[in-house]
Write a protein that binds this ligand. Sequence first.
Ligand SMILES: [Zn+2]
Length: 215
Amino acid sequence: MKSEFVVSTRSPNEAQLNQIVPAGEPWMGVVKAGHYFRIVDLEGNQAVDTLFYNANDVSERYSATDTIRGQGNIYLTTGTKLLSERCNTLLTITADTCGRHDTLGGACSAESNTVRYSLDKRHMHSCRDSFLMALARSNYGLSKRDLSSNINFFMNVPVTPDGKLTFADGISGPDRYVEMRAETDVLVLISNCPQLNNPCNAYNPTPVRVLTWSE
Ligand SMILES: [Zn+2]
């Protein structure tokens, strides 16, 4: 099982950006090439749905398929190169105290809430809504068609030997984090998942912290 527990040497006291993303809220920001980006699961078992774009050409974006094929493994952890659909490395995961992150489960949406739970869940706030709200507030010209398959940081979606996807209880915990180095200027789009129907976040969305360092 791929799981690489690696601690970072960077101190939050020296971070350039140190910001809370409230439960259920989106966040958008640019991480410059060579800079480091950390997401902290403050209370544990929060799912942080994340998309990455090349900040200088947002038509280039994170590709789950190319990332999985590139490393020959479905789980993301220390050492994983997060590839674009042009097979360029957008970021490299350099530290990880959770040990495993998902990129198969996708983001929750009104449609998936309806299919997976029930029709009366359709109105509930979803990651896709959060992504779209953040895009609408930005000036990158991105829209629904630009939402590709995302990463679910801190989310545990084990695949069984016969290939079944299981949305399992989280393996993360309070203050666990994942840290990555941007290999190009990267636009980060986060939905701090508002989901209330899924054990991935223990049915309880909680805040996360984002930090950046210049080296
Ligand atoms: Zn979600």
